[in-house]
Design a protein around this ligand. Structure first.
Ligand code: WT7
Length: 652
């Protein structure tokens, strides 16, 4: 039986299995019944307005929503500041001495910030940025490891109204440069290095390579990662470089928060699409803050005494919405961890959960599958009884992993929230509310109150299975693609009239529950990270021996999908196992290690249709071993030719 078939059966069986919210959990939960769903359906704008009122506004809005498809403006005319809402509001509400961030570095160093301390540090750094000439509206790039300064830098930007563009620390210098150029960022914030699996990621050296000759970057701020001031990763300082600690030491701890228009840019975050270069997803302030606050409180059932831990990196949207803006807006205490889950051993996450008494854990299916592979003996060594809620995000979770998570991590007592959303949606869209909605392993269940989803076929008719669509504007929705209005329209709003195209396939069962099966476009999801096939292809063809490349995703037990690259080389170039390694490393160098192909398959020709379209389905079959019976790195050109003929025949 194929993996796909097995999964299908697994899903069908799991549909029979439902888990009601545990009574003990329900008794204390924020939401226990269907009322919010009804209230929101009855008056969607009024419902979101009541959430917006939870925030602090310098000036109230005049209108809740202005919807000129596909452009939405939420809380029109209102003024607020995201950092003010994450910090100052809590000082006034008696939370000054509450811990905001408890951070542990991979080597085991610990730092804690109360809301008062975080407020002061953010204000100092905000003043330092102003001192470097950063003004409201200027873009700032952030390329940092998972250290408190990542959150501090984001909030400092928000405080002064400078939109940030966070670039994941695993991206290559070239990827960083592309993003810096696209958004014309004036300042870059990085660190000398960060710890990963005992080694050091040389961020400053990468940053130097990225901005070499890039004049738009006027200043580079460098955080010294090491607690004792040792310089990591061989970082050297040049003329436009400044040490973070020197800047903040001189800066004032009072910095008024800039009143921002509800629709002012909060941040740009790049993600991959189907073609060309990565797109800068644009998020604004009022609606975004409203929905991240609402979803953080209700989806995670967040309470004042919780210790919340989201294991994502701030380089992804999950880190933006559910490490920085959501939890801090709701005054949470959260754990932040710098390093790898298997360092110094495979029990690191469970050591952390036990040590800090984590009550809410939010992680990715790919991590759960790795934990399964490493064995239940690792979590079993620890007391995980503090946990009361588990969450997942990033890709479909297979029911087997869901059940393992429930049993081995959640001790059979914690509800699981499988949360579907995207960089573009900004906040969680489809999810259970843990005290109200019964869960089924593998289903993200129902749209969050106040959001409207459906399933459509290509013609726009409602269907039981088809494409997942969002049918009304939501507060945290993307406002566009930075600098490319046309691409925004065509990518998301041209498939159907008035409905947002998610790129995901889904099915709805008899209870109305959504089962999201994955992307239908040429976007891969590798270990919960989104990669565009086009980017990997472009990276491959920059290698001198590559004539043409086609990239597809194949199923992978651990990562969900793995990258398979079909490559034809220039005439006469010898192919070898060494070249396989060289090409994999080349992609890692061009984009980052997350984009490294698992397989490189040489082929004389890429199979194409008569109109010149690459036959990706055929390539996927080959990569998954269905066609060749076995996955080999060297596909016989004759075989590919033969298969191509068969496919053309079968498809008419
Ligand atoms: C794509 C978005 C959302 C933050 C992390 C990823 C897939 C995400 C789920 C889920 C099934 C999921 C979709 C989506 N996805 N969460 N719970 N169940 N699929 O953000 O990089 O923008 O990727 O991730 O395919 O379109 P992203």
């Amino acid at each position: 039986m194929t993996t796909a078939k097995r999964r299908e059966i697994d899903v069908l069986l799991s549909e029979e299995r439902t888990f009601d919210p545990p009574p003990g959990f329900r008794d204390r939960a924020h939401v226990v019944g269907e009322q919010p769903y009804l209230t929101a359906a009855d008056n969607r704008e009024g419902y979101w307005e009541s959430w917006a009122r939870e925030l602090h506004w310098f000036q109230p809005w005049e209108r809740v929503l202005d919807w000129q498809p596909p452009f939405a403006r939420w809380f029109v005319g209102g003024k607020l500041n995201a950092a003010y809402n994450c910090l100052d509001r809590h000082l006034a509400a008696g939370r000054a001495e509450k811990r905001a961030l408890v951070w542990e570095g991979e080597p085991g160093d610990v730092r804690t910030y109360t809301y008062r301390e975080l407020h002061a540090e953010v204000s100092r750094f905000a003043n330092a940025l102003k001192g470097l000439g950063v003004m409201k509206g200027d873009r700032v790039a952030i390329y940092l490891p998972m250290i408190p300064e990542a959150a501090i830098a984001m909030l400092a930007c928000a405080r002064i109204g400078a939109p940030h563009s966070v670039v994941f620390g695993g991206f290559s210098p070239q990827s960083l440069r592309d993003r810096i150029e696209d958004a014309s960022t004036k300042v870059l914030i990085t660190a000398d290095g960060g710890y990963r699996r005992g080694g050091i990621v040389p961020l400053k050296a990468n940053a130097d390579a990225a901005v070499d000759g890039v004049d738009i970057v006027e200043h580079v701020v460098v955080v010294r990662r090491h607690p004792d001031g040792e310089v990591l990763g061989g970082a050297t300082m040049g003329e436009r470089d400044h040490w973070y600690h020197e800047l903040v030491a001189e800066a004032d701890a009072e910095c008024p928060a800039e009143p921002m228009d509800s629709e002012d840019l909060l941040y740009i975050l790049y993600t991959y699409g189907t073609t060309g270069k990565p797109k800068g997803i644009v998020h604004t302030t009022g609606g975004y803050m409203t929905q991240v606050l609402a979803t953080t409180r209700w989806v995670f059932d967040l309470r004042d005494e919780d210790i919340y831990w989201c294991t994502a990196d701030v380089g992804w949207v999950t880190g933006h919405s559910y490490i920085v803006y959501g939890p801090l807006a709701d005054g949470a205490t959260q754990l932040m961890y710098e390093g790898a889950p298997d360092w110094p051993d495979r029990g690191r996450f469970w050591t952390l959960c036990e040590k800090y008494g984590v009550t809410i854990l939010y992680t990715a299916p790919t991590a759960i599958r790795a934990f399964m592979k490493w064995g239940a003996e690792w979590p079993a060594k620890h007391d995980l009884s503090s946990l009361r809620l588990l969450g997942t995000v990033g890709e479909p979770i297979n029911p087997e992993a869901w059940m393992w998570y429930r049993e081995k991590i959640g001790g059979d007592r914690c509800p699981i929230v499988d949360t579907w959303w995207q960089t573009e949606t900004g906040a969680i869209m489809i999810t259970p509310l843990p005290g109200a909605i019964a869960t089924k392993p593998g289903s993200a269940t129902l749209p969050f109150p106040g959001t409207d989803a459906t399933i459509l076929d290509s013609e726009g008719n409602e269907a039981e299975s088809g494409l997942l669509a969002i049918t009304s504007p939501w507060p945290a929705m993307l406002r566009g693609i930075y600098g490319d209005e046309e691409r925004y329209r065509t990518t998301y709003w041209s498939k159907w009239e008035g409905a947002y195209f998610t790129g995901d396939a889904a099915r709805r069962d008899e209870d109305g529950y959504y089962w999201i099966s994955g992307r239908v476009d040429d976007v891969l999801n590798v270990a919960g990270h989104r990669i565009g096939t086009a980017e990997v292809e472009s990276a491959l063809v920059t290698h001198p021996v590559v004539a043409e490349a086609a990239v597809v995703g194949r199923q992978d037990e651990l990562k969900g999908q793995a990258i398979a690259a079909f490559v034809s080389v220039v005439d006469g170039a010898p192919v070898s196992e060494d070249l396989v390694k060289e090409l994999r490393d080349h992609v890692a160098k061009e984009i980052g290690a997350i984009a490294k192909p698992a397989d490189v398959i040489f082929t004389a020709d890429l199979p194409k249709t008569r109109s010149g379209k690459i036959m990706r389905r055929l390539l996927r079959d080959i990569a998954e071993g269905r066609a060749l019976g076995d996955t080999t790195t060297l596909a016989d050109p004759a075989v590919v030719e033969q298969l191509k003929k068969q496919y053309e025949g079968s498809e008419g």
